[in-house]
Design a protein around this ligand. Sequence first.
Ligand code: APR
Ligand code: PHB
Length: 390
Amino acid sequence: MRTQVAIIGAGPSGLLLGQLLARAGVDTVILERHTPDYVLGRIRAGVLEQGTVETIEEANVAGRLHREGLVHHGIEIAARGERHRIDFNALVGKSVVVYGQTEVTRDLMDARRAAGAKTVYEAEDVSLHGFDGNAPVVRYRHGGLDHELACDYIAGCDGYHGVSRQSVPAGALTTHERVYPFGWVGVLVDQPPVSDELIYVNHERGFALCSMRSHTRSRYYVQCSLDDRVESWTDDRFWAELRSRLDDRANAKLVTGPSIEKSIAPLRSFVAEPLRFGRLLLAGDAAHIVPPTGAKGLNLAASDVRYLSRALADWFRRGDPKGLDTYSARCLKRIWLAERFSWWMTMLLHRFPGTDSFGTRIQEADLTLLFGSRASQQSLAENYVGLPFD
Ligand code: APR
Ligand code: PHB
């Protein structure tokens, strides 16, 4: 089999890239390790920057997003018994759209199926070869048989644990990492959200977040210990812990119920540089991880894919290598800005086990600055809604 771009991974990065390339007349094959249901089963943040919405529009898959997505003009931050609204409209004249990553992925899968583009699900033992030359090849097993996919470029969109980044020769890659000493336990529930907007909470018992998927489906998180197991978080324990971290006004509105999904995620910051190795290009979680606090994971993946789709389209249409040559540097500029913001939001809102009095006081000063300074609020707003593309 032969294609122009072999895409490894059918998460949001791989599917969005496939869709944008299809619209540019570039042929792709996606190889995905799991089934479609498995891919759709992972629950992730659902806050889309305007730039992400525009990229999804460019891919022609924004119909349901526009019908069902909730436009949010601000967020609330609760700390020290006060709640402060960060008014995106007033501060930076922009907003975000709340629409779950699962739904983005579902829309992209449907569009790819409708376009008749090839996706091989349950592709096993994917291996990447020859990307340092002009004729890369991807090998894999499917249905008990060995297959070979020849291509011009390989897009590594296979997430943090994927094979693409691991295929890069040692020494060609530099990695940077922060592992935070806590996780988030998250619950999805078919009940209306406590508020029209997201509430981020810094409480002495730890961070909490009230989020949503729709007017009838809510998503809540509480900071938990790294060695907590999801089985030890019964629904009753979760709701009691969430209640203990929310203010009276939020508690009066909180409607609990049986969880329809519950999971624990560790928090990590990670960047691998560069993003290009000959004819292998990394995008999304394959190249970087952010803690979920700033809701940047999906937006950063969409930003990589926006650059990559244009770079590949320019190459295949006109033989212009400029986009591919500058791909890594352009992505990394935005990646590090989003890494900084996600790290800062994480430091601001969590309780760090074993932190000293200096760390505690610095966090208090950061909250004082945010609540008292319009410039500080504007900086948060500017980053949250998404920095402009160059
Ligand atoms: N072979 C084929 N597919 C693989 C392999 C492999 N060896 N390893 C992983 N994959 C698949 C995974 O099964 C998954 O479906 O690659 C896909 C990667 O998807 P994601 O992990 O969702 O990564 P990405 O598409 O970059 O999306 C980034 O996901 O983690 C969130 O917050 C993050 O919202 C961001 C988004
Ligand atoms: C979510 O709705 O899952 C969500 C929203 C905002 C975040 C993180 C997660 O910062």
